[in-house]
Design a protein around this ligand. Structure first.
Ligand SMILES: Cc1cc2nc3c(=O)[nH]c(=O)nc-3n(C[C@H](O)[C@H](O)[C@H](O)COP(=O)(O)OP(=O)(O)OC[C@H]3O[C@@H](n4cnc5c(N)ncnc54)[C@H](O)[C@@H]3O)c2cc1C
Length: 311
């Protein structure tokens, strides 16, 4: 069987591409190397998204659930935990090779976001040893942290948003290595109005405990300070791995992202791209830009595949 389009990646961009493809009645397959939902479920499931139109605030995993449900209800074929390894030119079609199978496609949309991503670590004693025993890179669901002492490490929007979620049910402290937060003004205002304790200009030295986290030690103004903690959440960024792209014959920009034209086409005929993986002047990595680019990418893929008389 040949799909009209194979979409690589099931984050907001890939799922939106799938939704649009089905409205055009394209036979559609979406493949993800992990779980459906992309960064929303893998990096910040509990965080509120405040800037997706139509929802004043929606928890990231709920927004992902809605996109997933919509793509499924429109009968996209969806495969999880299957990594795309190559896009090969076949006889008048493209072959998408994964870790499990090879799929035939008339067009391909690359929506792999940041590729395989891993949370950044401090590299301090206790961090690895206590991972899963009170050290986490994601905020667990609220019900699991009621009454705990939570220490959030980080100074960006995501760290503050998660600290605000935790603060509603826990005693929360946020530790940041600088004097100012690197977050939206509205988010910082919310933090200042909350009960969260802030520890600024502080460098994490160790996370302490035997079977479970008991405290975290920081250096502040040349002095060491130990803060009691049941849960330490580390939110200091992500390291992305986009090495796969280099093997796919796709022209990349200097920053290693996909070089797209204004219509989201790439240098390879029938291969389009959208979302965090693409770069162009004025690009912003946001959910709305990812979904907007996905719309363009799939409508162009539709024209490429169906060649309608008006195109
Ligand atoms: C902490 C944090 C908070 C954020 N908060 C907001 C916010 O509040 N509002 C907002 O608009 N934006 C926010 N963003 C940005 C937003 O999440 C991204 O812009 C968005 O997720 C991009 O969507 P995407 O579909 O392009 O990529 P992703 O969400 O990264 O999805 C890409 C998918 O592709 C899969 N994949 C990768 N490689 C392969 C492969 N070889 N084969 C198959 N599948 C593959 C991945 O597993 C992943 O599921 C935030 C980002 C972070 C890190």
């Amino acid at each position: 069987m040949t799909y009209d389009v194979v979409i690589i990646g099931a984050g907001p961009a890939g799922l939106t591409a799938g939704i649009y493809a089905r409205t055009k009645m394209m036979k559609t397959l979406i493949i993800d190397s992990g779980r459906v939902g992309g960064q929303l479920v893998s990096l910040y499931p509990e965080k509120g998204v405040h800037n997706y139109p139509g929802f004043e605030t929606i928890q990231a995993r709920k927004l992902s659930d809605k996109l997933y449900a919509q793509a499924e209800s429109l009968e996209c074929d969806i495969k999880e935990y299957e990594k795309v390894e190559d896009i090969i030119n076949g006889d008048q079609e493209l072959l998408v090779k994964t870790t499990k199978d090879t799929y035939h496609a008339k067009s391909v949309v690359i929506a792999i976001g940041m590729g395989s991503f891993k949370p950044r670590k401090f590299g301090v004693p206790g961090e690895t040893e206590l991972e899963g025993k009170g050290v986490s890179f994601l905020l667990p669901p609220k019900e699991q942290i009621v009454g705990k002492k939570v220490v959030m490490c980080g100074g960006g929007n995501s760290a503050i948003d998660m600290a605000l979620v935790a603060d509603s049910v826990t005693d929360t402290t946020i530790i940041h290595r600088r004097a100012d937060f690197r977050a939206d003004e509205a988010t910082v205002k919310q933090l200042k109005e909350s009960n969260i304790t802030t520890v600024m200009n502080a460098n994490v030295k160790s996370i302490n405990g035997t079977d479970h986290v008991e405290s975290i030690t920081v250096e502040q103004d040349g002095q060491e300070k130990t803060i009691p903690a049941d849960l330490v959440v580390i939110n200091i960024g992500i390291s992305a791995d986009l090495d796969d792209l280099k093997k796919w014959g796709i022209k990349l920009t200097d920053d290693g992202l996909v070089d797209v034209k204004f219509d989201m086409s790439t240098n390879r005929p029938g291969v389009f791209a959208c979302g965090d993986v693409v770069s162009y002047p004025g690009k912003f990595k946001q959910i709305t830009t990812a979904t907007g680019e996905a719309t363009t990418a799939i409508l162009m893929a539709h024209m490429f595949v169906k060649k309608p008389y008006w195109a």
